[in-house]
Each structure stands twice: as structure tokens, then as C-alpha cells.
Ligand binder design. Sequence first.
Ligand SMILES: CC(C)(COP(=O)(O)OP(=O)(O)OC[C@H]1O[C@@H](n2cnc3c(N)ncnc32)[C@H](O)[C@@H]1OP(=O)(O)O)[C@@H](O)C(=O)NCCC(=O)NCCS
Length: 452
Amino acid sequence: MCFTSVTDRWPGAQWPERASPVPPTGALARGRAAALDSTVVDLELRPIVPDEFRAFSRAVEAAFGQQPTDVEIDLWRDVTEFERTIAAFDDDGIVGTAGAFTMQLTLPGGATIPVAGVTAVSVATSHRRRGLLSAMMRRQLDDVAARGEPVAVLTASESVIYGRFGYGLATSFLSTRIAQPNGGLAQPLSEPGRCRRVDVDEAGIVLPDIYDRYRVTQPGEVSRPDAWWHQRLTDHEPWREGASAYFHVVHDDEGGRPDGYLTYRVRGHWTGSHLPGATVEVDELCASTPNARRALWRHALSIDLAAAVTAFNVPVDEALRWELADPRRLEVTALSDHLWARLLDVPAALSARAYAVPGRVVLDVADQFRPGGPADGRFVLDTGPDGVQCRPTEEPADLTMAVADLGALYLGGTTATTLARAGRVRERRPGALDEADLLFGTALAPFCVTHF
Ligand SMILES: CC(C)(COP(=O)(O)OP(=O)(O)OC[C@H]1O[C@@H](n2cnc3c(N)ncnc32)[C@H](O)[C@@H]1OP(=O)(O)O)[C@@H](O)C(=O)NCCC(=O)NCCS
């Protein structure tokens, strides 16, 4: 579920003024949205208190065309950071929602930074297209900036929504299907180790630890709070959509230390002529070593009675294709955007990551949604022998771009050249695109397995 937020573009009305920055305690200032038109009166924007969570959750789910069960409401309550919620109230109750998780994001080079993981964004069907999302977005980004988080990230229900607020398409994923897998790998595993099934109790102990070791090896991954794991491992029956409950398989290295896991479901099927036709649906495969990753894929591809193995969310540079004895069997069924990144403080964000080569580039960045802020202006990025530095400058620009485009470049998910070919980035000094491509490029494509 994607929890989200509101703005200041109500036709015929204005917000009283730009929402004041929220104090670092995190408490959102109370505010009143001005009337959006003559029929809709003041909307109060404020965080919810725990007693309001049921109404908040129902508002979110209704916007997604769903009605939450009591179990779902309890599970979402556990992961909700109440002081980071925003609800818009009218006389009938909550008509807009947004929230954020306090997360760590892994950057190229392995550093992690605090980010806001935006979630629970919704606007009631009765209030859509009047600027409520825009108002919540403004409020939320002010809060994120006041907390000192240099970047906000989100996963979007629709890719058309968030560019206007400065978010850029930062990571993508593939959905894949392998028919008749039959074991599949061309080479034997190079190192010893073993795969073993674990029950949900052991999964609750072992998986979070493996995930934490894995996520710092993968740019684009985010941290998960304990309550998030509880929600996931509860494996609420309606979320299975007719498939089995989760199976969890852990890989132990030679010394018996868990270093990877596979979580999958089985969608059972027998053909009309009584042949096995099940589908193994890989939900997550996370490993902190290449050997564990290969062993877990081999395990997934060797499950009896399966006619196909599908995976909803794998990296765009998934190495499995080069491991399969018959690589054409790996069919890509979808390519989708996943993590959208919004830089709020360009010097802080750019100096936190590592760069592939020494270099120097001057970026002119336009932040139309937060003009005059620390993501709006000209910045020099220097990755020379004295370490990475990024600061405002008056020097002539080498490249010009919107802040959303810098968000797209940030994790190495695309190149400046590609964005220039898309008409988004402009080269002001010949050669600057090539230099930026080398600087921002990463060996591993950024990837995020977490949906939030
Ligand atoms: C997406 C959603 C939150 C938008 O809320 P909203 O209050 O209608 O958005 P706003 O009125 O602030 O829209 C601001 C701008 O974005 C555009 N926009 C917003 N949502 C859009 C969408 N789904 N498709 C196309 N354009 C959209 C608006 O047309 C408007 O454009 P403009 O500036 O050119 O006039 C709302 O439609 C919703 O709840 N959808 C279902 C749940 C959902 O998808 N939530 C997002 C989860 S990530």
C-alpha cells in the first residue's frame, strides 16, 4: 500500500501562506487550508492521533478502491509513525492522507543516509484535482527538510504523479518469468553452503538480520523497521490472492552463517491431462554474497511440480540471465519504475555518495516546487583527491536540469546522456555529459526490493 500527501493549488483560493517549517521535534504545525472554492470550506491539515488511525486507514484504502480488514488496520497501525502523518479534515472527516517512514537509504559506495519514505498518500474521490495532494506534499517536504533528511523517496501508484513535486525516477525493476526451469544454472556453485526451509518463527529472527547485511551492499535499498517485518511475516490471507502462504528458505554459508533468503509462494495447478503446472512466485530473494544469491536462485528453479518460476521485482541488471544454461528462458514480462527520489539538500545529498572517478562538474538545478531552497541553484561537485565536496557556486554551469532529473541520476539509475536525449538535461559545456556519465555511473544498477 502506498501511503501519500496535499498542496497549495486550489483553484480560486490560496493557502494562507507557505506552511512554516516544522520544528525539529517533528510535530507538524497545525494549519488551515484556505477554501478551495465556494463549496469547500477550510480544511485542517494535521497529524493524526492513534484514535484516528481507523478513519485514516479507511480513507487511504478507499482511495485505492479497497476496504481494510481489522487485521490490516492493526498491521498498518503498528508501522505508522503518527507524528509523520498528515490528514486533511473537512466536516465529514478525513479527506486526504499522507505519511512517512524514517528510513536509511543505501547510496553508491555503501554509505547510508536518513531519508523520508513517503507513504499513505491519498485524496478522497470527492476532493480530487483541487490541489489537496499538492498542499500535503508542500507540508510534508517542509517537515522532511526541517528534520534534516536530505532526500525523500517513495514508490508511486502512478508514474505521472510525483515529478511535479521534484521526485525523479531513480530505480527500476524487472518482472520475469522462466518457463520449464529444470534447475537451470549453467555452472555448478563455486562455494559450499546449504539451503534449508525455515518456519515463520525462525524467519522472523533470521530474515531481518540477513536483510540488513544485504541492503548495505545494494544502492537503492532502504532499511525496514521491526514492525514492518512483523507485518510482512504475518502474511495476511487476503494478500495471498489465491496462492499458498509464504515459504521461507535460508542459505547458510560454509560456516553455518545465514547469508541469504528466498521467500516465495506456490500457485498450484494441474493441467487437464494431469501434468503438474504450478507456478513458483518469488517474492523476495536477498543475499549478502553472490554465492548465496546463486544458490537461492538454483533452489527456486529446482522446485518440483513447477512449470514456471516468476519474480515480480528483480534488478534490471539481474545476473541470473547470464547464469542460466538457456538464457532465453528468462522472459521479461514488465519493466517498471520503483523508487522515486527527491533531493531537498543538494550539497548534503551529493556529498554523501561515492563517485566512480575523480572529476568536477557544475550543475544548475531548478527546484520550482521549493524555489530558493538548498536544492535550487548552482552547485559544484568535486570528486578530486581531497574527497567528495559539493557546494553552491557562481561558476558557469556545465549542465542544467530540474531537481527531479538530479533525483533520477542520484543513485546511478540512468545517465545524464540519456536524460539529455530525453530533452531533460542540457549540456552547457561540451564534454560535460560524458564526464557526468562517468562520475555518476555505478557498477551495480540501483535496486529496491521493498514496497512501501
Ligand atoms: C493521486 C491523488 C493523491 C492526487 O490527489 P489530488 O488532490 O487530486 O492532486 P492535486 O489536485 O494536488 O493534483 C496536482 C496536479 O497533479 C495532477 N495529478 C494528480 N494526480 C494525478 C493522476 N493520478 N494522474 C494524472 N494527473 C494527476 C493534477 O491534474 C494536477 O495537475 P495540474 O497541476 O496540471 O493541475 C489522488 O488522485 C488519489 O488519491 N488517487 C488514488 C490513490 C493514489 O494513487 N495515491 C497515490 C499513492 S502513491
